[in-house]
Write a protein that binds this ligand. Structure first.
Ligand code: AMP
Ligand code: ZN
Length: 309
């Protein structure tokens, strides 16, 4: 099949959801435009921003770093070593290798050194493992960005991630989470740095194709602690629908954003009234609605138990 854009080269990427197929060069143009449009639509980033790109070592975040650099944004990477045997070392390795190969700065936070490796933290918490990991990661994304003067935090969430999350939130009629689900959460006066998801318009398959064609080396294994994550069930369900009716996933998520035009507020906790401003955690200074923030409380639990054993 010929590329539907240049009509000369052989198509290398088939995109049924866009009723299209592109050769590598034209696919790069397509992908770049999708990301540019995603950024432009919500005015997520401007050339004066200093962007902290959160990189896990997986395809989405490394592709994100690659394309933001190509688009001319000033970026540095942040990798959180979660302290999961084997998997974390390999993820850190891929993140570092990418940074070195592109001459980019990578900040590494080691959760073992911070006293909160995820396996130990998950044991001490009543929450689901992925939820604990998410809390800890978000804490460091914001803390590092705020401490070092970054104006935006970017993560590699793609269309499949966001659509799966939307499906989960709808199935549970979770109005708090629904009201905050957005590719842009603006900076808040109480110390939260702007959060952006520039890949919200591109699918997982498109990101994978981009990474592969650009020769980006990434971790392909899934996190061993996320095997029974509910998000995978929603992703599977949506993939099934997408296979039968290409384009449904995109219409589902874009339709949601179209109906909810207001960009939500960025806040540390979901259910806090807007009238009560957060205070500073007495232990670390992060914005919180309790005296000690949830991260510091978790850290205390982990350190105490370790001290005893
Ligand atoms: P996940 O929650 O694993 O689906 O990851 C979503 C996004 O969070 C990724 O695309 C990254 O931008 C970011 N992220 C996930 N894990 C890490 C990590 N260990 N270090 C830095 N950023 C991460
Ligand atoms: Zn704290």
């Amino acid at each position: 099949m010929k590329c539907k854009r240049c009509r000369r080269s052989e198509a290398a990427v088939d995109l049924p959801s866009h009723n299209s197929a592109f050769c590598p060069e034209c696919f790069f143009v397509f992908f770049r435009r999708q990301v540019e449009e995603g950024i432009r639509k919500f005015r997520m980033l401007s050339p004066s921003d200093r962007v902290l790109v959160c990189v896990s070592g997986g395809k989405d975040s490394l592709v994100l770093w690659d394309i933001l650099s190509e688009l001319g944004f000033r970026t540095e990477g942040l990798h959180i070593d979660l302290g999961i045997d084997g998997y974390s070392a390999r993820s850190r390795e891929k993140s570092l290798a990418y940074a070195v190969s592109r001459g980019k700065e990578l900040i590494v936070v080691d959760l073992r050194a911070e006293g909160v490796p995820i396996p130990a933290a998950a044991k001490r918490s009543s929450k689901e493992e992925c939820a604990v990991c998410g809390t800890v990661k978000r804490y460091f994304f914001n803390r590092i960005a705020a401490e070092r003067g970054f104006t935006a935090v970017a993560t590699g969430h793609n269309l499949d991630d966001e659509a799966a999350r939307l499906l989960g939130n709808l199935l549970h009629w979770d109005s708090d989470h629904l009201s905050r689900q957005h590719p842009l959460l603006p900076e808040s006066a109480d110390g939260l740095v702007r959060k952006v998801k520039p890949l919200w318009r591109v699918s997982e398959m498109e990101t994978a194709a981009y990474g592969f064609l650009k020769g980006i080396d990434y971790v392909t294994e899934e996190c061993p602690m996320s095997e029974d994550a509910t998000s995978l069930v929603y992703k599977k369900a949506l993939s099934h629908i997408e296979d039968e009716m290409p384009g449904t996933r995109r219409r589902f998520y874009q339709g949601f954003l179209h109906q909810n035009r207001d960009v939500p507020k960025n806040s540390v906790a979901l259910d806090q009234g807007e009238e009560t401003p957060p205070v500073k955690c007495i232990s670390c200074g992060a914005p919180t609605y309790t005296e000690i923030c949830s991260f510091c409380r978790l850290k205390e639990k982990v350190t105490k138990t370790r001290g005893r054993s």
